[in-house]
Design a protein around this ligand. Sequence first.
Ligand code: MN
Length: 228
Amino acid sequence: MFDYVIPTPIRPSLPVKGTSERFPVRRIYCIGRNYADHAIEMGHDPEKEPPFFFQKNAENIDSSGEFPYPPETNDVHFEVEMIVALKRGGANIEIADAMQLVFGYGVGLDMTRRDLQGEMKKLGRPWEIGKAFERSAPMGPLVSINETGQLDSGVISLSVDGTVRQNGDLNQMIWKVPEQIAYLSRFYDIAAGDLIMSGTPAGVGSIHLGEVMECRVDGLDPFVVKVV
Ligand code: MN
């Protein structure tokens, strides 16, 4: 195709359970305040808002099981989320057709520099500095939907050093996964390789050096991340 003037950056990817092949990642769309009890804890009324999304970079993914405490912050929060991986894309997808685009699921973390995010909110500025930083998207392996079936109910939880901190149910999502896909596809050309982080239940909080986070979604293997 082309010769490049510098070495081409490596395409970020995720392992796929039960295979040596990997899932190449394009964009990461993250929905905000998608569980009512989390919206309330963040000081918002969950009933009145249409969905909104922000993005992380594919390069922010990390599957190592270690999360280095990031720079320029004193308040890093965990947010456990179910990941939805797309094998096809399009524009103006109907809700009824949306699940045909789904390759599979994973469990991961939307790590957040909450202090920086809060400052940006106050100033009416973009959130990237709080959300899209190095290794801010720890994620476990993806699992094909052929193995899991559709995951729209079941426990989503996170414990820190064995103490449960977040504990919700996938059925508490305000905007369900097919609705998220359909909504995104009105505004963007979504495509194979895109990931959607589908929101976090209540209980988000700070992590500290040495702590171990265990992330669970019913139907998927637990994903364990240590803060280093
Ligand atoms: Mn989140």
